[in-house]
Design a protein around this ligand. Structure first.
Ligand code: GLU
Length: 432
């Protein structure tokens, strides 16, 4: 997150604007503009060199009116309580817009995981669970992977929780590895989900996928499969991906004449999303500055790296032909960028709709864990497509009915559903 942008202030600003349009009762709005519960804790970890290092951990539970809190854990050097608050809040709206029976949560640790050994990472994961286990669980809060965390880490965390409660409890974490309680299709889910919404947006705007070009920021889990899906499902071209290089501590943009080959890049990227620069150059890729991605000639922009990337400073550098901005990341576009999109008639697929595929498949994973019966990959992806398509349609319908911007329409759909659940549970009558 860049210095001046506070993600939580941004989340509250977006919410306040829509609460006003919905004429939401000020008391109800006050409940929703802050998380219900917040945890901040210290995690001591014995490093391989024998020294003891203490890490700062977080978990925020925003709202569980519709079901257990749900959301990832980020391991990031620049993590803050406010970022976790914003991301937990967006999870509430994400689960509501996807119409899955879950609430909003998010967690984190201030750490760059690439600086730790495998053993140290396992210790840190188990330490996070030891601090939080009494306040998470399949019926109360279910964490998952996010930036800097992996299926293997979810496997360790699930194991630590199961040991502490004394029984195998796979449904306490999702995004687990295959064979260790994970679901087929979970790895591809967020990126493919982005593409299902782009496909629907293209239908809506009468744009031909085969003549389309995407410029993508990021090459982590979301962008890897969004890039593959853009080429393989829509028949389009991907002009570039940009990604952080953990060795050089800077970002690069990778492009190629005729479009990049996502499946090739998948063979030369490490678990932290760093592409092997030398191998890419050998294969004819052009390597430029990390900011170049936004300037590439394209009609679809997919910011799928992190929050606060498309701002008043960068939005003017976009190709004039951009028709769709599909937010693969959480909070990648600031309110100033929104104003630019509105003015220039650019169709926005807001983050908590666009990237809801991950949490939707997490929900499927939990359902399979509960049944102890696992589905085929085709079945998972088909159900995911149905959920994403119907979420997209409910937001477009609302946007057309109320003549509002897509982000506001997504908020309206989500807020209505959460307020209804709070009301049905009696939280708004004064007796709860
Ligand atoms: N971290 C992902 C997100 O932001 C997935 C959350 C989950 O699966 O619970 O949506």
């Amino acid at each position: 997150m860049s210095g001046q942008i506070n993600a939580f202030e941004m989340a509250q600003k977006q919410f306040d604007g829509v609460a006003k349009q919905l004429k939401l009762d000020p008391g109800v709005a006050e409940v929703l503009r802050w998380p219900m519960r917040e945890f901040s804790f210290r995690i001591p970890v014995r490093l391989d060199d024998g020294s003891l290092r203490v890490f700062q951990g977080f978990r925020v539970q925003h709202n569980d009116a519709r079901g257990p809190n749900k959301g990832g854990i980020r391991f990031a050097a620049n993590e803050t309580m406010d970022t976790v608050r914003a991301l937990a809040t967006w999870m509430t709206w994400k689960c509501a817009v996807a119409d899955i029976p879950l609430g909003g949560g998010k967690g984190g640790i201030i750490v760059d995981p690439s600086t730790l050994t495998v053993n140290e990472k396992e210790e840190m994961c188990r330490g996070w669970v030891r601090a939080m286990w009494k306040n998470i669980g399949p019926r109360n809060d279910v964490p998952a992977p996010d930036i800097g965390t992996t299926p293997q880490m979810m496997g360790w965390m699930m194991d630590e929780y199961s040991r502490l409660v004394g029984q195998y409890t796979p449904g306490v974490f999702t995004g687990k590895p295959l064979g260790g309680g994970g679901s087929l299709g979970r790895t591809e889910a967020t990126g493919y989900g982005v593409i299902y919404t782009v496909r629907e947006a293209m239908k809506h705007l009468k744009i031909d996928g085969k003549n389309s070009v995407a410029a993508i920021q990021g090459f982590g889990n979301v962008s890897q499969y969004a890039a593959a899906g853009f080429v393989e499902m829509l028949g389009g071209q991907v002009a570039c991906v940009s990604c952080w290089d953990r060795h050089d501590k800077k970002a690069y943009t990778y492009s190629k004449k005729g479009g990049i080959d996502p499946r090739f890049l998948l063979t030369i990227v490490d678990e932290y999303g760093t592409i092997d620069k030398a191998k890419a150059q050998d294969a004819g890729y052009i390597v430029e500055d990390g900011d170049a991605w936004i300037t590439k000639e394209a009609n679809v922009l997919i910011p799928a790296a992190m929050e606060g990337q498309v701002t008043s400073d960068t939005v003017g550098k976009m190709s004039k032909n951009i028709k769709i901005v599909a937010e693969g990341a959480n909070g990648p576009c600031t309110p100033e960028a929104d104003e630019f999109f509105k003015k220039n008639n650019i169709f926005n697929i807001p983050d908590f709709l666009c990237n809801a595929g991950g949490v939707t498949t997490s929900y499927f994973e939990q359902v399979q864990n509960d049944m102890n019966f696992y589905w085929s990959k085709e079945e998972v992806l088909e159900r995911l497509d149905q959920k994403m398509t119907s979420a997209f349609n409910s937001v477009v319908d609302r946007s057309e009915k109320e003549k509002v911007y897509m982000r506001d329409a997504a908020y309206m759909v989500a807020i209505d559903r959460v307020v209804k659940a709070m009301d049905l549970r009696g939280w708004l009558t004064g007796n709860a």
